[in-house]
Design a binder for this molecule. Structure first.
Ligand code: S6P
Ligand code: ZN
Length: 201
C-alpha cells in the first residue's frame, strides 16, 4: 500500500496518548512486546552466566504504534523502549540490536531517563554514543543499532523510524556489533570484540 491509499482509508486522527517523561503510550492502537532473557540466547558474552540466569527475567519492553501498515513507503512509526537494569555476568542488559531490513533507512532515538550507551555499526566501523535524559541520537541508514542500560534504573527512550524500514536481526545474532559494554572497575567499559571472519566466496 502506498501512503496516498493509506491516508484515504485512515485519516490518522490522534492515535495515542503519550506520557512523555514516563515513556508510556496509551490507546487502542498501541502495540506492545516484551523480551525476556530466554529470547536473547547467544547474544551475551558469558554463556555460563547466561545459563545460570533466570530465563524469565524481563530485559526490555517496547510499545509502539503503526499508523500505516508495515512496508508503506513514506510513513513513520513511533515507539518507546524500557530496558531494565541488570547484567549477565559483567555484561549489562541490552536490546537484541538490528539492521533495518531496508538498509538505508534511518531512525531517531530520544532518551527520557536513565543512563546507557548506543552501539552502532556499519560496513566500515563500530562506534558508540552516551545516552542520558535529553540526549537525541540520529541513527544513519546502513547502521546496526543496539542500546545498553548501564545504570541502576530503567533506561527509557523514544524512537521514530520509517514504516518501510523493517528489521533484520540475523547478522547481529551471528556477528554482534564489534563492541560490547561490560562493567569495569571504575564503571561501564566499551570493549572491542572480534567480528567473526566471513567467507566472501
Ligand atoms: C525500531 C527501533 C526500536 C527497537 C527497540 C527494541 O526500529 O529501533 O523500537 O525495535 O528498541 O530493539 P530490538 O533490537 O529488539 O528491535
Ligand atoms: Zn531500528
Amino acid at each position: 500500500m502506498n501512503l496516498r491509499d493509506a491516508a484515504a482509508i485512515h485519516p490518522f486522527p490522534g492515535i495515542a496518548q503519550l506520557e512523555w517523561l514516563a515513556g508510556q503510550m496509551r490507546g487502542a492502537a498501541v502495540r506492545e512486546s516484551t523480551k525476556c532473557l530466554s529470547q536473547l540466547a547467544g547474544l551475551f558474552q558469558d554463556q555460563s552466566a547466561y545459563q545460570a540466569s533466570d530465563p524469565q527475567s524481563i530485559v526490555y519492553r517496547v510499545q509502539w504504534c503503526e499508523p500505516v501498515s508495515q512496508g508503506t513507503e513514506g510513513g513513520l512509526f513511533w515507539g518507546v523502549t524500557h530496558i531494565e537494569p541488570g547484567r549477565v555476568g559483567e555484561e549489562y542488559f541490552m536490546t537484541h540490536g538490528h539492521f533495518h531490513q531496508e538498509r538505508d533507512r534511518s531512525e531517531f532515538y530520544g532518551c527520557v531517563k536513565g543512563e546507557g550507551i548506543l552501539l552502532l555499526k556499519n560496513e566500515r566501523q563500530s562506534w558508540h554514543e552516551s545516552m542520558r535524559a535529553g540526549s537525541l541520537h540520529y541513527i544513519p541508514g546502513l547502521a546496526a543499532h543496539r542500546v545498553i542500560n548501564t545504570g541502576d534504573v530503567p533506561l527509557v527512550f523514544w524512537a521514530c523510524w520509517p514504516s518501510d524500514a523493517g528489521h533484520d536481526y540475523g547478522p547481529i545474532t551471528t556477528d554482534g556489533l564489534g563492541l560490547r559494554v561490560l562493567r569495569g572497575d571504575t564503571g561501564p567499559c566499551v570493549v572491542a570484540v572480534p567480528v567473526p571472519a566471513r567467507d566472501t566466496q
